[in-house]
Design a protein around this ligand. Sequence first.
Ligand code: KIV
Length: 268
Amino acid sequence: MPPAVTVSWFAETKKRREKFAVLSLYESWSAKIAEAAGVRVLLVGDSLATSILGLETTLSVTIDDVLYHTRAVCRSARQSFVIADMPFLTHNVSETDAVKNAGRFLAAGASAVKVEGGAEIADIVAGMVRRGIPVLGHIGMTPQHFFRLGGYRVQGRGNRERKRLMADAKALEQAGAFGIVLELTAEESAEAVTKHVGIPTIGIGAGRRVDAQVLVFHDLVGLNREFSPKFLKRYARLGDEAVRAVRGFSTDVSTGKFPGKDNVFHDA
Ligand code: KIV
């Protein structure tokens, strides 16, 4: 059994230059699969909006949605460090709100929360950390800023953008964040940010030179057959397999092959 993940494990892992994998997932079975595969850092992402709720963006996910899925993951992933994603406007309106809302995730079993935003929320992050809430930052393409950013666009292109990302990352580190997600970011900028901070950067679409990588479970196992962005590597095609299985069931029912003699109960 690998050592238990704690907040200090993140910076120590970076010092040892050990890369690690993180999975974004939402329920019990995928959490059990992640643990069986040795992944110990799990994120209950607000991407559940687009991955499993059929929504267009993450903006309408509520605290109750993420809490419900956090409880499901925590019940099954007892060896893991579970991070709950704080939904749109639940962490950046006021420090009081942020602390109260984050407390609900910790009470539900999460070990930490993730918040989208950089230097502009550093004071709030510092307040959360001071009160005992471990915080993972998230910069680059931040889906909760979908409308302000003009869609899911690659961030950190060019010197000015790079410097801004580096300043955001430093501000989060100084506020006490234990790590930073870098999403959809030019590889050169992601590398510069990674060298600039002493806490791990966890990339998704941020290239090869970050400290860790995160993917959404449904995407990497190919459940979502419609989603194939450039940054994604699919390690299986479970969506195709599931369609084959359901087609087989349907055909067997219509041709009378299911249930078979092994699937029925008798008087005695
Ligand atoms: O919501 C999510 O799953 C995320 C990860 C992709 C980092 O924010």
